[in-house]
Write a protein that binds this ligand. Structure first.
Ligand SMILES: [Cu+2]
Length: 200
């Protein structure tokens, strides 16, 4: 049975949701009610859901995740230390899924504001919060200092690459990887475009 004595308000400030997913509001309503029922949420609870767009997500990321981009991907050269910040004062549990680096699974209570974790080996690492199933992201530890995270349009640029022949590899969490060769000439800009297709 779906809990009824819980108020769920679904807001869709972005018109794309109405256009592309006509029943988004009722799906969100049902999903929230089933979730709250499964965890025995108290009757009388009020839940607000906002189905938003990339620019609003970017603003939230800027405020809450110190990442000025609409992304859940953090890229850095291997050997870097990642600062995991608990900025909302509730219990989280940081869990990494890796093979080249040691995995870790660590509670982050509200008094533990920052956990530092060094990532020595290049690897794409899935990161979840075991306390909140919807919280997840990716760490991409690169084997090169030349890397970029695309913006919300898929654009990227990598500055100050020395002249030479390179392989540019792209990774996307749902679309996988692709790569292309590129030659960089002194004082010029080389362009590499990718078009990833869903598999299957
Ligand atoms: Cu969490």
């Amino acid at each position: 049975m779906i809990a009824q004595e819980i108020a769920v308000e679904v807001m869709m400030p972005c018109p794309g949701w109405r256009r592309d997913c006509a029943d988004a509001a009722s799906l969100a309503d049902t999903a929230v009610r089933l979730t709250l029922e499964s965890c025995a949420a108290p009757q009388g609870s009020v839940v607000d859901v906002t189905l938003t767009d990339d620019s609003a997500q970017q603003a939230l990321n800027r405020i809450w995740r110190a990442t000025d981009a609409p992304t859940n991907v953090l890229a850095f050269p291997a050997g870097s230390t990642v600062k995991i910040v608990n900025s909302d004062g509730i219990l989280h549990n940081i869990h990494t899924y890796s093979t080249a680096n040691p995995s870790f699974n660590m509670a982050q209570p509200k008094f533990k504001k920052v956990i530092e974790q060094k990532i020595d080996q290049p690897e794409v690492i899935k990161v979840t919060c075991d306390a909140h199933g919807w919280m997840h992201g990716w760490w991409v530890a690169t084997d090169t200092p030349y890397y970029a995270v695309t913006d919300d349009k898929g654009n990227y640029s990598i500055a100050n690459v020395p002249p030479g022949d390179y392989t540019v590899e792209v990774w996307q969490e749902k679309l996988g990887t692709d790569d292309q060769k590129v030659s960089v000439k002194d004082g010029t800009t080389a362009t590499t475009n990718f078009s990833l297709k869903p598999k299957g």
